[in-house]
Structure formats: structure tokens, C-alpha cells
Design a protein around this ligand. Structure first.
Ligand code: DGL
Length: 273
């Protein structure tokens, strides 16, 4: 039994635009080894961070429905801040299973900051969302929140994760605007508000101008996934380990290899219409 009182069986489909959601999948698997976990990447629409709200609002319910029809999970986890801060409700509306979203860990970061200044590293989409502004208004009233949206860091995370040699200087440069903003020298806590960024936590930590703590939502999402898992699971025999891609797998050797390293090796195409 998990700490939530639900049995650690059943199946979960963890979804992101690319490799980032693997950082959430690994937290879920660590917390509940008995769960069958599958992974899905919207490789046909990656990256999400620089897409318009209209394009993502149209895409997300359609891709979620197609994936759930094919994978038949008990719980669907949107392991993507860019998607969750825009379309969590729209995805819930088209699915009849529990949906867990991933949103920036602003509350814990504000709670632990001693300087009262926190940084938020995310995609440009997450930085401009009304949802993010609401989280700050609710949970970081007395905290200064400095945000930086970077598409480049997402690309760097995918390159680094797939074993390409990326110079440390690239990470330094990509996160520098956060610390060069007014008050940036006071930041003591940085929210990794994109699920790709825990993949490069070491590189980010090695290239910050002064020591900071990094906070992400991975563990909280894993706990929430167990909490919403139906007690009467629909697929008690599910094995997990599958990867669903929305573009031809032959075109995604890097993604497939990184998924395999995280334990997902049975690759299937999911067509989104
Ligand atoms: N992993 C996604 C997130 O958490 C975004 C990556 C992308 O831009 O596609 O925001």
C-alpha cells in the first residue's frame, strides 16, 4: 500500500512534448515500483515552449485523447509545465480518467527562500501564462520572483541527455539572464519549471554565478499520481515500459535511446488526427 492508502498497482501514462517527462516518470517509478508506467512524447509537435497558445490549445486535447485510447492507462500525467499551465482543464474535459498536471513549484521555493528572491526557469510559454501569474500571486506574495523563459535550455537538455557533448559555457549563457535581471544577485532558490531541466541539473548547478538551491515538482507529482489512482484499477495486469511517439519512430533515434535508458523500450506510433 502506498502512503496515500491506494494500492501501488494500475497503470500510468506519463506525457510530455519530448524527453522532459522522463524526469517525472522516474519519480513515479521510484515512489511506486508496482505501477505499470508507460511514456508518451509528442515528437510530432515538439517543442511546445515556443508554440502559440492557440496551437497548443488545439493540439493538447486531441493528442491526449489519441494516446489514452491507444495506451488505456488508469491515470494520465501531463509531465509538462508548458502544457499543464495552459490546457489542464481542456484535457480533463476530454478524458474520463484522472489527469495530473505539472505546474511550477513556486510554493515550496518561496517557502524555503531566505533572501526572499527566487528565480523561475521555464519555457517562454510557461513564463507568460496567467496560471503562473496566479501561482505567484497566491503562493509568493512576499517573494520577488524573477523569471526567464528559454527554448534553448530545452534543446540543450535533449542534447545533453542523448550523450552529445555540450560545452558548459552554453548552460552558463542560457541561464545568465535570470541572474542579470534586477535583483538577480539575491536569488537563492531556482524553480526548475520545465520538466526537461532536471535532466541538466548538474550542468545548471555548475554554471550559476553564485550558489543556489534548485526545486522541481517531480516528487509532488509522483505523490499526486498515487493519490488519484483509482482503488479499483482498470488494468491490473499492465506491464508498462511502452513508449508512444506521435511521429515516425525511425525519425527519433535519440529520443528512443534516452527513453530506453529510463526503462521504456517498446516503441509504438500513435497517430493524432
Ligand atoms: N518539458 C516541457 C515543460 O515542462 C516543455 C518542453 C518544450 O518546450 O517542449 O514545460
Amino acid at each position: 500500500m502506498s502512503d496515500s492508502g491506494n494500492p501501488s498497482t494500475g497503470s500510468v501514462l506519463v506525457f510530455d512534448s519530448g524527453m522532459g517527462g522522463l524526469t517525472i516518470a522516474r519519480e513515479i517509478m521510484a515512489l511506486a515500483p508496482g505501477l505499470a508506467v508507460d511514456y508518451a512524447a509528442d515528437s510530432g509537435f515538439f517543442p511546445y515552449g515556443d508554440k502559440s497558445d492557440a496551437a497548443l490549445t488545439a493540439r493538447l486535447p486531441a493528442v491526449a485523447r489519441a494516446l489514452v485510447e491507444q495506451a488505456r492507462p488508469d491515470v494520465f500525467v501531463i509531465a509538462c509545465n508548458t502544457a499543464s499551465t495552459l490546457a489542464l482543464e481542456a484535457v480533463r474535459d476530454v478524458l474520463d480518467i484522472p489527469v495530473v498536471g505539472t505546474v511550477p513549484a513556486i510554493k515550496p521555493a518561496a517557502g524555503q527562500s531566505e533572501t526572499g528572491v527566487i528565480g523561475l526557469l521555464a519555457t517562454p510559454g510557461t513564463v507568460r501564462r496567467a496560471y503562473t501569474a496566479r501561482l505567484i500571486a497566491e503562493f509568493a506574495k512576499k517573494t520577488k520572483v524573477i523569471m526567464h523563459g528559454s527554448v534553448e535550455l530545452v534543446q540543450l537538455a535533449e542534447e545533453q541527455a542523448s550523450g552529445q557533448a555540450v560545452a558548459l559555457e552554453a548552460f552558463r549563457k542560457a541561464q545568465r539572464p535570470l541572474f542579470e535581471a534586477d535583483g538577480g544577485d539575491q536569488i537563492d532558490t531556482v524553480v526548475l519549471a520545465c520538466t526537461h531541466f532536471p535532466l541538466i541539473r548538474g550542468e545548471l548547478a555548475a554554471t550559476v554565478p553564485h550558489p543556489v538551491s534548485f526545486v522541481d515538482s517531480g516528487e509532488a507529482i509522483a505523490r499526486q499520481t498515487l493519490r488519484v489512482m483509482p482503488v479499483q484499477t482498470l488494468s491490473p495486469g499492465a506491464q508498462g515500459g511502452r513508449v508512444f511517439l506521435t511521429s515516425a519512430p525511425e525519425g527519433q533515434p535519440r529520443l528512443i535511446e534516452v527513453c530506453r535508458r529510463f526503462g521504456f523500450s517498446d516503441t509504438q506510433l500513435c497517430s493524432v488526427t
